[in-house]
Ligand binder design. Structure first.
Ligand code: S3P
Length: 444
């Protein structure tokens, strides 16, 4: 695999049906819960990306037997807190913030120190957000002053169920405490700003005692801990965040049509579809069904190269947190000035995405107005790049790489895009699908 991708895309209209890789959030959650269930769980269509491979390796180090047969994953759980491992183990989460944070929730009773490390990007991200509630529950940490990786966690025999207020709208923080609640006696209560609710849904599917009260701005989640649950079977739907790249590609191309099958269309994940439809797209959700408590459907999208500006309501932010970069491209081609606000969390992802999203647009000749937590994008419906563009030093962020490939196709120009390997952390068939839709590129 080369490290640079060259692309100078030619106009190409397609009408295709595609399948997209499994959902990353659900793949990680089913693995973690399989490790705590009693018996052999089977997860079909698991995402086979770098983040998931790292998650599997970490769980194996914790003594969980896991085997793969193509995209079927078998996990041999030993029940709650059933990890078995030696002293001084090191867990390497690679690029996965979700795995690194969520696994800590399952280590609150670990008898020995466990070291958690990650790649360069993950080592810059904040862990105080999960250390704080886990300390209240009883876990102990050795960590640097910046509260970043590497860190060490050791558990305790004196675990307290807590009342936790999650104010960022972070599903990772909420889920870490939910996983810790499994091994906490009594009732854990979480009041969480709205965010993706896969953990709640999987808990219900597994019969773990959880009560969720949906309120206007917050959800109240009550979990009774120390309840054993049995192994399970789960089929992972396609990842809506990965679909977003191809939905925007189709929308902004000419005379194209795309159908994507069996996508997770959980309302807490498809804010970007609402936003694109408000901008004038007509994205359709067909064959809606409920599987394992999750909404699943086919998505149909047709080209709509004339989009209107958008003023994105901040209450939707968490439901499109991973799609802002690609939505910024749609805004770059829309008629008028689009605005996005209350986005400080976006700078805390695999890269400072608000800042780098703005830098990328400026590179293409699109004017932006950036603050610490907001951006205005001055759209240009006639954008047509003729020059050479080089995308380098963007923190090896997988979503920046994929956004750049889509930008190259829809806006034109001769592009050289670095850090090709990055896309494998979340969406390993991304480039195969680009090829399947008829676009040519060269890897060097
Ligand atoms: C995720 C939650 C989001 C998201 C990440 C996956 C999850 O992060 O950005 O890619 O699976 O819970 P935050 O919860 O930190 O917003």
């Amino acid at each position: 695999m080369g490290n640079k991708l060259f692309i100078n895309a030619k106009n190409n209209s397609f009408k295709k049906t595609i399948s997209i890789d499994g959902d990353k959030s659900i793949s990680i959650r089913t693995l973690l819960l399989g490790s705590q269930a009693v018996g052999k769980s089977q997860i079909e269509n698991i995402l086979l990306s770098e983040d998931i491979k790292n998650s599997i390796n970490c769980l194996k180090k914790l003594g969980i037997k896991i085997s793969l047969n193509k995209k079927d994953c078998f996990i041999y759980g030993r029940g709650l807190n059933g990890f078995q491992y030696k002293k001084n183990i090191v867990l390497d989460a690679g690029n996965s913030g979700t795995f690194a944070r969520l696994i800590l929730g399952l280590l609150i009773k670990s008898p020995y120190y466990i070291k958690l490390i990650g790649d360069k990007s993950l080592s810059k991200r904040d862990f105080q957000r999960v250390i704080f509630p886990l300390q209240k529950i009883g876990a102990n940490f050795k960590v640097n002053n910046n509260k970043t990786l590497p860190l060490k966690i050791i558990g305790s025999n004196f675990i307290n169920p807590i009342i936790y207020n999650e104010k960022r709208g972070s599903a990772q923080c909420k889920s870490t405490v939910m996983l810790a609640a499994l091994n906490s006696p009594g009732q854990t209560i979480i009041r969480a700003k709205k965010s993706r609710d896969h953990t709640e849904k999987i808990f219900k599917y597994l019969g773990i005692p959880v009560i969720v009260k949906k309120k206007k701005n917050n959800d109240e989640i009550k979990i009774k801990g120390e309840k054993i649950f049995k192994s399970f079977k789960y089929r992972v739907p396609s990842d809506p965040s990965s679909c977003a790249f191809f939905i925007v590609l189709t929308l902004l191309s000419k005379n194209c049509e795309l159908k994507i099958k069996n996508v997770n269309v959980n309302q807490t994940r498809i804010g970007y579809i609402n936003i694109l439809n408000k901008m004038g797209a007509k994205i359709k959700i067909k064959n809606l069904k409920i599987r394992y408590g999750e909404r699943q459907a086919d998505i149909i999208v047709k080209s709509q190269p004339f989009l209107k500006k958008i003023n994105c309501p901040p209450r939707l932010n968490s439901s499109l947190i991973d799609e802002f970069l690609i939505i910024f491209l749609a805004a770059a081609k829309a008629n008028g000035v689009s605005s996005f606000s209350n986005l400080s969390e976006l700078n805390k992802k695999e890269s400072p995405r608000l800042k780098l999203g703005s830098k990328l647009l400026n590179h293409l000749g699109i004017k932006t107005k950036l603050t610490k937590d907001s951006i205005k994008i001055f759209g240009d419906p006639n954008i047509n790049i003729k020059k050479n563009i080089s995308i380098k030093n963007y923190y090896k962020d997988h979503r920046i790489f994929m956004t750049s490939v889509i930008a190259a196709i829809i806006f034109g120009g001769k592009w050289k895009i670095y850090d090709v390997d990055s896309y494998r952390s979340s969406f390993p068939s991304f480039l195969d699908i680009i090829k399947k839709l008829g676009f040519k590129f060269k890897l060097v």
